[in-house]
Design a protein around this ligand. Structure first.
Ligand SMILES: Nc1ncnc2c1ncn2[C@@H]1O[C@H](COP(=O)(O)OP(=O)(O)O)[C@@H](O)[C@H]1O
Ligand SMILES: Cc1ncc(COP(=O)(O)O)c(C=O)c1O
Ligand SMILES: [Mg+2]
Length: 282
């Protein structure tokens, strides 16, 4: 399996491609990594250095890959943090080129916009670009609850509202939706939910809430979900596999008290998660 992964990159730590690429490789996937920004570290530190690339820089790399004649063997495109709407347009052009070469390729869009508590943390114009262009073009999307609420225009407080929001977003295009870090009235305070929706069916998975706050977990989640979905073609199965790996990764990170997720040290969790959780039809 070959995945074109177009997202941010950091030199130090693990967010964006620095979080997504290695778990996919560990699962045996060839990853063609194109970086939308190259920063010293993630923006959660409040200070960072580096540059945001532009649309033409992305298109140039995709053109070079196309010149190798390999686009027909691309099985999926994964996108995350975009940096600018111009980069977003270049990503959607890449998706169109891949689909033209391989109509079966899947586009998984992690609509990085913001987070509960932190609010919107992307540049002006990006939230609208995600909602109006990127999400409608995607086969799979992996919003957190804040992003789901923004994309659907529904403030989700209950499981029923979350399901309605997923259905509303699906009506705009994506067949499969994975909601991360979901907390509804039904969620116990010591737990965290994920909700997957496909074809009018919904599955929920609940894990303990770990006492840590890190960046990059969402990027790893989207990558793992894409790979497992592409292999199983089942949103429920992909949810179970991705969530177990991310939980193992974060449990190890919490135990170590690390500021960055332990993408390398906890790599066995990507292949053989130490703990799995029931996937419940809801
Ligand atoms: N404190 C936590 N305890 C347990 N799991 C967590 C925690 N934070 C994140 N996760 C897991 O990582 C997944 C993705 O993280 P999330 O924070 O939702 O992504 P994003 O960074 O995109 O907002 C969540 O759905 C959850 O399964
Ligand atoms: C450069 C960059 N990419 C991606 C992310 C996304 O991280 P997360 O998975 O926590 O949403 C962040 C968040 O800080 C970031 O700074
Ligand atoms: Mg995210």
């Amino acid at each position: 399996m070959n995945v074109l992964s177009i997202q941010s990159h950091v030199a130090y730590g693990h967010v964006g491609n620095a979080s997504a690429v290695f778990p996919m490789q560990r699962l045996g996937v060839e990853v063609w990594a194109v970086h939308t920004v190259q920063f010293s570290n993630h923006t959660g530190y409040g200070a960072w250095r580096g540059r945001v690339f532009d649309g033409p820089a992305i298109e140039e790399l995709v053109e070079g890959i196309a010149e190798r004649g390999v686009l027909p063997s691309c099985d999926g495109v994964l996108s995350g943090y975009m940096g600018s709407a111009d980069i977003g347009t270049a990503i959607l052009r890449a998706v169109a080129r891949v689909r033209a070469a391989n109509p079966a390729a899947l586009y998984c869009c992690d609509p990085v916009i913001g987070d509960v508590g932190r609010g919107v943390f992307v540049r002006p114009g990006i939230p609208e670009f995600m909602r109006d262009h990127a999400v409608p073009a995607a086969d799979l999307i992996t919003p957190n609850q804040f992003e789901l609420d923004y994309l659907s225009g529904i403030e989700t407080r209950t499981l029923a509202e979350a399901k309605a929001a997923v259905a509303a977003v699906q009506a705009s295009g994506p067949k499969v939706v994975l909601v991360t870090s979901l907390h509804t009235k039904e969620t116990p305070d010591d737990s965290i939910d994920m909700l997957a929706g496909e074809g009018g069916r919904f599955w929920r998975l609940r894990t303990p809430r770990l006492s840590l706050s890190v960046n990059g977990a969402g990027d790893a989640t989207a990558a793992l979900f894409l790979v497992h979905y592409a292999r199983s073609r089942s949103a429920g199965e992909a949810l179970g596999a991705a969530a177990a790996s991310v939980f193992g990764l974060l449990r190890r990170t919490a135990e170590a008290g690390a500021r960055e997720i332990l993408t390398v040290a906890a790599q066995d969790e990507f292949v053989a998660p130490s703990r799995t959780f029931p996937v419940e039809a809801v």
